[in-house]
Design a protein around this ligand. Structure first.
Ligand code: NAD
Length: 242
């Protein structure tokens, strides 16, 4: 028996990294997973995995998010994973960087949660979990940190407002996770070798987190094992913050 048998789960940014690892872990535990991403080509890597259906969705587009929500009679779990990392202090953050980041990282979650909640709230049985992801280090991450702080506020607000309907909302706060976008960010630095050393130097555990380790936490939060957990920031950072 799987820990997520029969659960209907929708997630964004499932083509790589944490989203992909979580989609695979959800399906392994018996969930019916709809894995979405803006990148249709990469999403194809999930095709053929039992329990996973894929769909191309840009989570910043209200019409696409609305159409996705209407595909379902109900969902148990919505996992909002899409996010973008802008590098720089406030002085390097142009208005366009600010708007782009807030749009992908925060407005997309507003759109997804609102679309799914307003469509599904009237349709029992419902006990969805809304999960989000944020990061907690602030150097050269001005708009990124701002956007992720906003996600904590959104998490607590949704958790408080829909507690009595049995809807839970939590966010996941990883440290540095070894994903394709992290590798790309390192490559994009003027001295990638030094950038990698810098990333490693701040890992007190001596290693990076894997996407699969975050997926274990995703499974727990998506399952009934976490039935009494809501409005929380679930930290998985190998002791980075200590
Ligand atoms: P990633 O950056 O490797 O992949 C992101 C995925 O999001 C890609 O497949 C991309 O196509 C998709 N995407 C981008 N814009 C989209 C849009 N508008 N609509 C739909 N999909 C879109 O993923 P990751 O590194 O696993 O990060 C996932 C989440 O975790 C992000 O929110 C990120 O900020 C957060 N996070 C990552 C780390 C890390 O170290 N990797 C640490 C903490 C938090």
């Amino acid at each position: 028996m799987g820990r997520l048998d029969g659960k209907v789960i929708v997630l964004s940014a499932a083509a790589q990294g944490i989203g992909k690892a979580s989609a695979i872990a959800f399906a392994k535990e018996g969930a019916q997973v709809t894995a979405t991403d803006i990148n249709g080509e990469k999403l194809k890597e999930l095709d053929g995995i039992p329990g996973i259906k894929t769909k191309v969705v840009d989570v910043t587009k209200k019409d696409q998010v609305g159409a996705l929500a209407k595909d379902f009679d109900y969902v148990d779990v919505l996992f909002n994973v899409a996010g973008f990392v802008h590098h720089g202090s406030i002085l390097e953050c142009e208005e366009s960087d600010w708007d782009f980041t807030m749009n992908v990282n925060v407005r997309s979650m507003y759109l997804m949660i609102k679309a799914f909640l307003s469509w599904h709230i009237t349709l029992p049985p419902l006990s969805p979990v809304w999960l989000m992801v944020k990061l907690d280090k602030f150097v050269n991450r001005c708009v990124y940190s701002t956007s992720k702080a906003a996600i904590i506020g959104l998490t607590k607000s949704v958790a408080a407002d829909f507690l009595e309907q049995g809807i839970r909302c939590n966010c996941i706060c990883p440290g540095t996770v070894d994903t394709p976008s992290l590798r790309q960010r390192i490559q994009d630095r003027p001295d990638p070798e030094q950038a990698f050393k810098d990333f490693m130097a701040r890992q007190k555990s001596g290693r990076l987190c894997t996407a699969e380790e975050v997926a274990h936490l995703s499974v727990y939060l998506a399952s009934d094992e976490s039935a009494y957990v809501t409005g929380t920031e679930a930290i998985i950072d190998g002791g980075w913050r200590l």
